[in-house]
Design a protein around this ligand. Structure first.
Ligand code: SAH
Ligand code: DHB
Ligand code: MG
Length: 226
């Protein structure tokens, strides 16, 4: 037996180890997590190793304009904002005003407040407004809000992303519940419909990866816009 058999405690131990080895979190990021907890936000932000994956993917595509759907306390937002150049921008959508207020403070403390626009309101409304305003195309989109709307978020992301851009969607595995084809849970149905769309839409090449770690068993879908 290896010291780490395959179980959720071992996943967390290994993720903690990988975080210690690979993810340099400054005081602003740890304070973002601490203040989110103090303010009573749910601890559903991406894990540090996964936040850094998003950051690296955004840099790999040379992202200058990032769209995020689901801000929470601004943890993933900070990582994405630190991936764009000084004149880059992250537009992030959040429905809950209290989440947006906490995020605003955290982003300012992290020194990226000037390059992040938090749009408070239902993301579908914000996306409609962005399109109506003729917003410039985005290079990178991170979908991480209400999973029931993922099929709609994918359509909006397609409308708003440049060729060669990347769309990433969080939480597509949900502890394995994604394979339950009898599920009536709107989040599962939304995720399954979303995966069907990205798997068959000729405008993208897509895959998904399962993840284990500090946040349990879940996964990301990743689509490259052709
Ligand atoms: N991306 C964040 C976590 C987001 S959690 C991180 O990893 O750090 C999901 C967020 O989406 C919550 O803050 C929730 O309030 C928000 N949300 C849920 N439904 C929404 C909607 N319809 N429009 C905009 N935001 C929504
Ligand atoms: C939930 C949402 C998330 O974005 C996440 O990463 C984990 C959990 C949720 O709504 O339960
Ligand atoms: Mg998520």
């Amino acid at each position: 037996m290896t010291p780490h058999a395959s179980n959720p405690d071992a996943w967390r131990d290994v993720d903690r180890y990988l975080t210690d080895q690979l993810v340099q979190q400054d005081a602003a990021l740890t304070e973002t997590l601490a203040s989110s907890e103090r303010e009573g936000l749910p601890a559903i932000e991406v894990a540090p190793t996964h936040a850094k994956l998003l950051h690296l993917l955004a840099r790999m595509v040379g992202a200058r304009r990032v769209l995020e759907i689901g801000t929470l306390g601004g943890y993933s937002t900070t990582w994405l904002a630190r991936a764009v150049p000084d004149d880059g921008v992250v537009v992030t959508c959040e429905a809950v005003p209290h989440h947006a207020e906490v995020a605003e403070r955290n982003l300012t403390r992290a020194g990226v407040g000037d390059r992040v626009q938090i749009r408070v309101g239902s993301a579908l409304d914000t996306l409609t407004a962005l399109a109506d305003d003729g917003t410039e195309p985005f290079d990178f989109v991170f979908i991480d809000a209400d999973k029931a709307n993922n099929p709609h978020y994918f359509e909006w992301a397609m409308n708003l992303t440049r060729p060669g851009g990347v769309i990433v969607c969080d939480n597509v595995v949900r502890g394995g519940r994604v394979v339950d084809d009898a599920s009536t849970d709107a989040d599962i149905v939304g995720t399954r419909t979303f995966l069907g769309l990205i798997g068959s839409d000729p405008r993208v090449d897509a895959t998904a990866i399962q993840t284990v770690g500090l946040k349990g068993w879940d996964g990301f879908a990743i689509a490259l816009v052709r």
